[in-house]
Each structure stands twice: as structure tokens, then as C-alpha cells.
Unconditional design. Structure first.
Length: 114
């Protein structure tokens, strides 16, 4: 059963990636952004990441960026760095967090409550 669920979730992520790409090609960027948010939500569910954890990460990244703002003004990012950042922002990056049995159990439990 786990394999079927894993395959289904992988297919859903692949479909979202394709839809995001298509919407950008049609210059429907707001729709692509909406789909990217759906993809993020699905990845959060799969990996057991809460909204509070995402907010904490975002705040930490923002603090880090604010602290490095002076350095960034002196030395702009290399073209390679910008390419990697763009690739991640357009929804093409894949998650690398392992799906542990505990996370899968928590996901299934939350689905059962719905």
C-alpha cells in the first residue's frame, strides 16, 4: 500500500510541476504561482512540516538575508548562483528530505481525521 501511495504522490508532484511549467509558458504567472503554492503544501504534508516550522524557517532565512544585505550590495551573486536560485524558484527543485515511517504515519493519521 505504501508503494502505491508513494507512486501516487510522486505522480501528483510531477503533474504539478508540468502544470506550473505550462502556465508559465502561457504567461499565466499568477496561476503558476497558485499551483506552486499547492505543490509546497503537498510537500509539507508529505514531509510532515507544519506551518509554524515553515514560518520559523522563513524568518530565519529573512534574518540571514538582512544580515548579509551589506555584503550582497558589495558583491553581486555569480551567474551560476542566480541560475540555481531561479531553478529552485520556478518549482523545478526536488525535495531531498527522506520520508520516514513516522512522517508517513503522521500523514496517514491526519488524512484519517478528515
Amino acid at each position: 500500500m505504501e508503494t502505491n501511495e508513494d507512486e501516487g504522490l510522486s505522480k501528483a508532484l510531477a503533474t504539478l510541476n508540468e502544470l506550473i511549467e505550462q502556465m508559465h509558458s502561457f504567461e499565466l504567472h499568477e496561476t503558476a504561482q497558485f499551483l506552486a503554492m499547492a505543490k509546497l503544501h503537498l510537500l509539507m504534508d508529505i514531509n510532515g512540516i507544519t506551518g509554524d516550522e515553515l514560518r520559523a524557517l522563513s524568518a530565519a532565512v529573512e534574518r540571514e538575508m538582512d544580515a548579509g544585505a551589506g555584503r550582497a550590495e558589495r558583491a553581486p551573486a555569480s551567474p551560476e548562483r542566480r541560475t540555481r536560485t531561479t531553478a529552485a524558484a520556478d518549482g523545478s527543485a526536488r525535495h531531498s528530505s527522506p520520508r520516514t515511517p513516522d512522517r508517513l504515519a503522521a500523514l496517514r493519521a491526519s488524512r484519517a481525521k478528515r
